[in-house]
Design a protein around this ligand. Structure first.
Ligand code: NAD
Length: 291
């Protein structure tokens, strides 16, 4: 099956990144959000990020203009009636995703594929709710989507070989490398990365090291581009906590227990970069750990 028109539902952090990557790869994109105000915001973000690519020389000014001309934004799901695939990137709540699949069912062409960017909900469960389980798949992008090269692709129990092959090819056309992951909590990357970040928070709490020494240790001693506490702040401590809770609940092992200090930070509203404070204080340049 060939794909030329991609629908994206949810114009937030991930949805606008997915739309951006699809537009610069030459696809037509219909970006739908339930909230009118999200659409100009997403367009402004994409324009700013494309301008940055033009300044770096990785995109020409003509290609940017052509990419944005292929974009349609709307609050109306009916705009998706001609899409060849719809990629859903709405908040990580089962009820919201289910309500959208119900609204989409009468709108989409029968052969249309549906992909979810979910980080933690079972693909088989979502596929069943979608009513088109053979045409449903997990397509897990990473933030920021235009820069990050990986897509985890996860089949549900009923996903067809054709759906997987088509989506694999699409991910490559978007310039991504595919890692096939089983339908298991956290897939591959979050399953391995989040417990490592959580462990760094345990180590901080126990006084094994300071914020700076833990981050310097992993950067210089393990060649990680960012320290684990800096990375936890970047991802968002609330997001990290919710992934740890899913791993803990679904895999049922103590090794996934969220660090109590992580829980306290989230209770305090110290969510990392996005709230201005986490393990670092982002009101200072460079960010430094609060006293
Ligand atoms: P976000 O909150 O930035 O964006 C969600 C968007 O969905 C918002 O624009 C919101 O207005 C819109 N929305 C809400 N209800 C809607 C509805 N009924 N119909 C249409 N649009 C609706 O969230 P995000 O960080 O982009 O996450 C989206 C999905 O991607 C989640 O499933 C999340 O788990 C997954 N994900 C997130 C990351 C990350 O780093 N943030 C990484 C990989 C995957």
């Amino acid at each position: 099956m060939s794909i030329s028109k991609i629908g994206v539902i949810g114009a937030g952090l991930m949805g606008n990144g997915i739309a951006h990557a699809a537009l610069t790869a030459g696809f037509d994109v219909i970006l739908v959000d339930a909230f009118e105000a999200a659409l100009p915001k997403a367009l402004a973000t994409m324009t700013k990020n494309m301008d940055r690519q033009v300044a770096k020389g990785s995109l020409t000014a003509e290609a940017k203009t052509a990419a944005l001309a292929r974009l349609v934004t709307s609050t109306d799901y009916h705009q998706l009636k001609d899409a060849d695939i719809v990629i859903e990137a709405v908040p990580e709540q089962l009820e919201i995703k289910k309500a959208i699949y119900d609204e989409l069912a009468p709108v989409l062409k029968p052969e249309v594929l549906l992909a979810s960017n979910t980080s933690s909900i079972s693909i088989t469960k979502l596929a069943t709710l979608s009513g088109r389980p053979d045409k449903f798949i997990g397509m897990h992008f990473f933030n920021p989507v235009p820069m990050m090269k990986l897509v985890e692709i996860t089949r549900g129990m009923a996903t067809s070989d054709e759906t997987e092959a088509t989506v694999h090819k699409l991910a490559e056309k978007l310039g991504k490398t595919v890692a096939a992951a089983q339908d298991s909590p956290g897939f591959i990357v979050n399953r391995i990365l989040c417990p490592m970040l959580n462990e760094a928070i345990f180590a901080l709490h126990e006084g094994v090291g300071t914020v700076q020494s833990i981050d310097a240790g992993m950067k210089l001693g393990a060649s990680h581009p960012m320290g684990p506490l800096e990375l936890a702040d970047f991802i968002g401590l609330d997001t990290l906590l919710s992934v740890m809770r899913v791993l803990h609940a679904e895999l049922g092992e103590d090794k996934y227990r969220p660090a109590p200090l992580l829980v306290k930070y989230v209770e305090a509203g110290w969510l990392g970069r996005k709230s201005g404070r986490g393990f670092y204080d982002y009101s200072t340049t460079p960010p430094t750990p609060p006293k």
